[in-house]
Ligand binder design. Structure first.
Ligand code: HEC
Length: 155
């Protein structure tokens, strides 16, 4: 058998790698986007669970109708509190709207607030009855992603 010239083998290998590369690039884009979108959806779903079932943020931050029931379309758009302390203590009787994101907070500032209680621009700590949450980063990011997913225009 006649030996195949090295140059031909090299050319074949080069051509094949171009095809393999092209296929990898073509497959990569959409699959990666889908993976990212589903990771984001998981994060938002976890945030919704933490807000509605664990942190109970809705108890204070969501308005209610005259029967005391939540108005589903207005969740987390802010509310005056339907309760007050029985002794004199620091107290803020209104919970601001946080749907979209808290006003004046960036995404990272919201995460930081939920982890440390620190508000941006050196504002003093939130008064009671806002609980002094110390979420870990994963939970704080999930809550922030969920708040961001809500339309601020529902305010
Ligand atoms: C028991 C009532 C209550 C609960 C539960 C509650 N909050 Fe609050 N929250 C408040 C009140 C009242 C304030 C206003 C405090 C202040 O301005 O000093 C506040 C303030 C905040 C602020 C600061 C907003 C700003 O403009 O500075 C954020 C952000 C916030 N809450 C998010 C949350 C999240 C997220 C949850 C749930 C994980 C939650 N809160 C649960 C009552 C509550």
């Amino acid at each position: 058998m006649k030996p195949i010239p090295v140059i031909l083998i090299a050319a074949a290998v080069a051509t094949a790698s171009v095809y393999v590369l092209a296929a990898a690039v073509a497959n990569h884009g959409p699959k990666d986007t889908r993976k990212l979108a589903s990771a984001k959806a998981d994060l938002v779903e976890r945030g919704e669970y933490l807000v509605h079932r664990v942190g109970m943020c809705i108890d204070c931050h969501s308005p209610r109708n005259e029967q005391g029931e939540f108005i589903a379309t207005k969740h987390l758009t802010g509310s005056s509190l339907p309760f007050a302390p029985t002794v004199s203590m620091p107290w803020m009787p209104v919970a601001p709207g946080i749907a979209g994101l808290p006003p004046g907070f960036t995404e990272e500032e919201t995460v930081r607030f939920l982890m440390t209680g620190e508000r941006p621009n050196g504002r003093p700590a939130a008064l009671p009855p806002m609980p002094p949450y110390r979420f870990n980063r994963a939970d704080a990011e999930a809550i922030t992603a969920y708040l961001q997913s809500l339309r601020a225009s529902a305010r």
